[in-house]
Design a protein around this ligand. Sequence first.
Ligand SMILES: [Zn+2]
Length: 112
Amino acid sequence: MSSSIFGHLEASLHDYLEDVSRRAQTGDDFAAMHLARAELPRIAAALRAVLAEHEPDEKGRCRTCRTRRFGRAAAPCRAYLTAHLCLLVTEDDQPGDSIHINAALLRHHLGA
Ligand SMILES: [Zn+2]
């Protein structure tokens, strides 16, 4: 793990998300209620803030995902694609095995 400030920031965020996921999967009803009322709105607000950084321009292109200074902005935005894939693609959309979203799957879908 990186010892940079970003490395600590990244680690603390991953730890938080892992903790929330674990409590959601294994916690009792009180824990689930607490997550729904306290943590879920915070997570939604965080996602909204991230997506606000990727607000598309008038042509539907994302300035944040632009790869070069004068390069063409990404369309559709990868942040929006990732959020959509993680939140709105359900098991009903994919017959067969259940979907487990991970970094490799996202890279595959995003062509990264
Ligand atoms: Zn973007």
